[in-house]
Every structure is written in C-alpha cells, then in structure tokens.
Design a protein. Sequence first.
Length: 237
Amino acid sequence: MTKLNPGYKLLTLILASLLLSTTYSTTLNMLVALTALTVTFLTPGVNRRRLTLALLPFLLTAAGMFMTGLFFSSPGEAEIAVRVVDQRTLYATSWSTALKLASRIMAFGGLGMLFAFTTNSMELVMSLMQQFRLPPKFAYGILAAYHFFPTIRSEYATVGAALKVRGIKAFAFSPKRIFPMLVHALERSESLAMAMESRGFEGGVQRAVAFRVPLRAVDILFLIGTIGILIVGLIFL
C-alpha cells in the first residue's frame, strides 16, 4: 500500500466511501472494515501501537451508535418483540438498525486509517501537484500547515512548563495555557510566511519539483479493482 500513488489512492478511497454511503449493507460494511484494517496492520512500517490507539475512538463511536440504534430505533408495523431489557422492548429491526449504524462507522474508519497510516504526506502533496494539477501555492501551504502542528504542541508544552515553574495551576484547556500558546503560534506563523515569500514560494511562479511521484499501471488497477469489487458487493450483498 505504501508504494501506491498517494493521489490515486486518495481518489480510490474517496470513491469507495461515496459508494458505501449509498448502502446500509452490514455484511459489505464489515467486509470493508475488516479488509482495510487487516491490510493496514500487515503493511510493513506501520506503527501498530498507534494504529490500535487510533482505532479506539472509532470503536467507542461504533458502540455508541449500536446502543442508540438498539434502544431508540422505531419498530416497524406488526414487529415481533424478541427481548425485553430493563423494561424496554427490543425488536428485530432494532438489532438490524444497530448493526447497520455501527458497521458503517467501522467501514469509514477503516478506510480512513488505511489511507492515513500508509501514506506519506510529502508524497501525497507532490502527487496532487503532478497528477491532479494542484497549484504549488496551495500545495506548499498545506505542507507548511501540516508541519506546523508539532510547533503548536511544543508551544503548549512550553507554556505548561512555565506555569508549573511559577507555581500557577492551570487545567488542560485553561485560558492561561491557550492564550499564550496562540500568541506564540501566531508569531511563528508570521515568520514562516515571510520565510516562504523570501524563498520564492509565491503563486504564478513556475517551479521545479523536489522529486517525481510516478503513476503506474498498478495504481490504475487498484482504482478499477477496488471500485469494481465494491460495485459487485453493492449488487449481491
């Protein structure tokens, strides 16, 4: 997966997500989720600990949607009650609705993590520039913003350490932490913008690229094969 063209991989997964949004097939959703997560886990170089931690919010959301669909869905006409839990009647359609909602969350989450954990950000931006004609002005802006997040995290930690040294107690989202962090981040962003302008990162200027991201036959086959399999699943599942 890491060798595929990132731009075409993104296009493939976006189209796959759009196709999945047209169906509530629990079987198809679970197959997509299991396939995506298995491929991600087996991809060399993937940090499996980070992947497991990233999976937790999707599992919690899926569990929440399952409980919502189970206890708060409307029964159909002449529906047969299958179980009573804590003075609440559960219907067959309730189980079906709950599984559909939960499996949908896992399918979209699996596709998202497949892309996030197997794609290099630099190669993605270069691919968008070369294969999808993204203007360099926006491409380098995206890269600058992406690499600016660690700076914000560092500023947050620095402000927290400074407050602790002074004996000032401040909770995680206290204005005493957030406001100084934002001020320092704005100062650094202005310096970054001036540095980019001084080095010629402007719109309308023809620039060479650092490296080429190739588009190969396997990338086209991945796009056609993935979409084709999903269409077959939509028809028969």
